[in-house]
Ligand binder design. Structure first.
Ligand SMILES: Nc1ncnc2c1ncn2[C@@H]1O[C@H](COP(=O)(O)OP(=O)(O)OP(=O)(O)O)[C@@H](O)[C@H]1O
Ligand SMILES: [Mg+2]
Length: 302
C-alpha cells in the first residue's frame, strides 16, 4: 500500500481518537514508551535437570518511538526476547523496564502481533479489531477507533467480512489494526509479515511505516529478513552466540542511516546488508557458511 492511500495524520492523532470524553479508560496509554533491558538472561529446563541457556546478558535501551529490529538465526531466542519484553515470559536474570517501571505479566502497555493473524473466524474484521481495545473503553469511543484503524490499514471496504473472505495480507492488516486498537506504548511484532508473499510483504512494510508515522509508538520487530530490518528500523540488533558460550547475546548493533522510506538500492544499505548477512553466517553468494542448516547457530567474530 502506498502512503498516499492513507490519510496523513499528525503524530498522536490515532491515540487521541481513543480518548474517552472523560479520559478515564483504565488501561489506555497515550505515549510511546522506552524499553530498558538490563542483563537479561533466560534459561529453560534442559535434559536431566540441567538448565539450557537461550539468552545471556542482554542490555539494551530502546528509545520511546524507536523502531528496533531484532535479527538472528532460527532458534537463537528472538521470540523469547520479545516475549520477555512484553511480560509474556519472564527473564531468569536481569530486569525489564517499560517507561521506567517493571514490566508486568501481559503488560497492558504492550501489544503483540504474530506471524499468523490469529483472527477469530466467526467474527467480522470490525469485531476482531475491537478485541484489541483496552478493557473499559466506552462503546462509542471504541467503535470510532476501530473504524479509524480499519481505515488506516486500508480495510474500510471489508469491515463486515469474515476472515475467510479476505486475503492473507488483509488478514495480517486486520491483525495489525487489532494490536494498534490497544493503543500500545510498545508494539511487539514477531515476524509479522513472514507468512506473506514477497510483494504483499513489501506493501505491509510500507503500511507499517505509514502506521508508525501516524502514531509513532515504540516498535520491537523480530524478523528474518535483513532488507526488511534495513527498511523499517532505526536500529538493528543481531542476536548470536559466541563460540563456546551458551546463550545468545547482542552480536551486532547497527544504527540505520537515512530517513524512511529508504532507497532499497543505496550503496550504504548494501554495505550494511553485507555485514548483517555475514553476521548471520551467509556468504555473498547466499550460502550458509559453516552451518548445515538455517536452524544452526552461527558463531560471531568478536
Ligand atoms: N517455553 C519454552 N520452554 C523450553 N524451551 C523454550 C521455550 N520457549 C523457547 N524455548 C527454546 O528457546 C530457544 C529459542 O526459541 P525462540 O522461539 O525464542 O527462537 P527464535 O529465535 O524466535 O526462532 P525462530 O526464528 O525459529 O522463530 C529454542 O531452542 C526453543 O526451543
Ligand atoms: Mg521466533
Amino acid at each position: 500500500m502506498s502512503s498516499s492511500r492513507l490519510t496523513a495524520r499528525p503524530p498522536g492523532a490515532l491515540r487521541g481518537a481513543s480518548q474517552s470524553a472523560s479520559g478515564t479508560s483504565p488501561s489506555r496509554t497515550d505515549a510511546a514508551f522506552g524499553v530498558s533491558l538490563a542483563g537479561v538472561g533466560r534459561d529453560f529446563p534442559g535434559e536431566r535437570g540441567a538448565q539450557r541457556r537461550v539468552l545471556r546478558d542482554i542490555s539494551l535501551e530502546v528509545r520511546a518511538g524507536e523502531v528496533l529490529a531484532i535479527l538472528g538465526t532460527s532458534g537463537c531466542g528472538k521470540s523469547t526476547l520479545l516475549r520477555i519484553a512484553g511480560g509474556l515470559d519472564s527473564a531468569t536474570a536481569g530486569s525489564v523496564l517499560i517507561d521506567g517501571s517493571p514490566v508486568s505479566r501481559f503488560d497492558a502497555r504492550t501489544a503483540v502481533g504474530f506471524q499468523e493473524p490469529r483472527l477469530l473466524p466467526w467474527r467480522s474484521v470490525t469485531d476482531n479489531v475491537a478485541l484489541g481495545l483496552p478493557r473499559g473503553t466506552p462503546k462509542a469511543d471504541g467503535a470510532a477507533r476501530v473504524a479509524e484503524l480499519i481505515d488506516l490499514v486500508g480495510l474500510g471496504a471489508f469491515a463486515g467480512h469474515r476472515p475467510r473472505e479476505i486475503s492473507g495480507g488483509m488478514a495480517q492488516r486486520a491483525s495489525l489494526a487489532r494490536a494498534l486498537a490497544r493503543n500500545p506504548g510498545v508494539l511487539l511484532l514477531d515476524e509479522p509479515f513472514g507468512a506473506l508473499d514477497a510483494l504483499t510483504r513489501l506493501k505491509m512494510q510500507d503500511l507499517l511505516l505509514d502506521v508508525h508515522a501516524a502514531a509513532p509508538t515504540t516498535v520491537l520487530l523480530v524478523t528474518h529478513d535483513v532488507d526488511e530490518a534495513l527498511q523499517l528500523a532505526d536500529r538493528i540488533i543481531l542476536l548470536g552466540r559466541k563460540d563456546g558460550v551458551d546463550g545468545s547475546s547482542i552480536a551486532q548493533e547497527i544504527v540505520v542511516p537515512g530517513r524512511r522510506p529508504r532507497d532499497r538500492g543505496s550503496a550504504e544499505l548494501a554495505e550494511l546488508r553485507g555485514r548483517l548477512l555475514a553476521g548471520l553466517g551467509i556468504d555473498r553468494h547466499g550460502e550458509a557458511r559453516g552451518v548445515e542448516k538455517t536452524t544452526a547457530m552461527p558463531t560471531f567474530p568478536y
